[in-house]
Write a new protein. Structure first.
Length: 153
């Protein structure tokens, strides 16, 4: 977000997003906070044809409306997505031709390996100490637990 939060640095990206399309170059961005985009970035985001929105809240929908006009159906679709920790996350794809919900079910091991939240690190450390495992072995152990819980539900 170093570039998108700085009004001076975002200007070349706005220009790029406008002109690169003629060369079949597409600017791809990802964020967890639309608030990180200053007013100067509105033109760039307004040009976005594809939006991938993961488990959007009503506040995030309102924030998105700074950059994109949304129909009531699109708002309802975005607010209907769900997330179940360690199981799946739903999202919405919006484009001129496609409006659809999708569900991401991360494989257990990559999910555990990507765990950087404090509680995830603490749980991993606890298992490492209790079972005398390396960090990688603890990840395999936790991944197996996640698989078992998924199978039970």
């Amino acid at each position: 977000h170093v570039i998108t939060t700085n009004p001076t640095l975002v200007k070349p990206f706005v220009f790029g997003a406008k002109t690169w399309r003629k060369l079949n170059i597409w600017l791809r961005q990802g964020t967890q906070q639309l608030k990180d985009y200053p007013k100067e970035a509105e033109k760039m985001l307004d040009l976005s044809e594809w939006w991938y929105l993961i488990n959007t809240t009503e506040n995030e929908v309102a924030e998105l409306e700074r950059f994109k006009t949304l129909t009531e159906d699109e708002k309802h679709l975005m607010c209907s997505t769900r997330k179940e920790a360690k199981k799946y996350t739903e999202g919405v794809i919006l484009s001129p031709r496609l409006k659809s919900i999708f569900r991401v079910v991360m494989p257990a091991l990559p999910l555990v390996l990507a765990g950087t939240d404090g509680d995830e690190k603490l749980a991993r450390r606890k298992i490492m100490q209790e079972k005398n495992l390396s960090e990688l072995e603890a990840c395999f152990y936790i991944a197996d637990q996640i698989k078992q819980k998924r199978a039970e539900s």
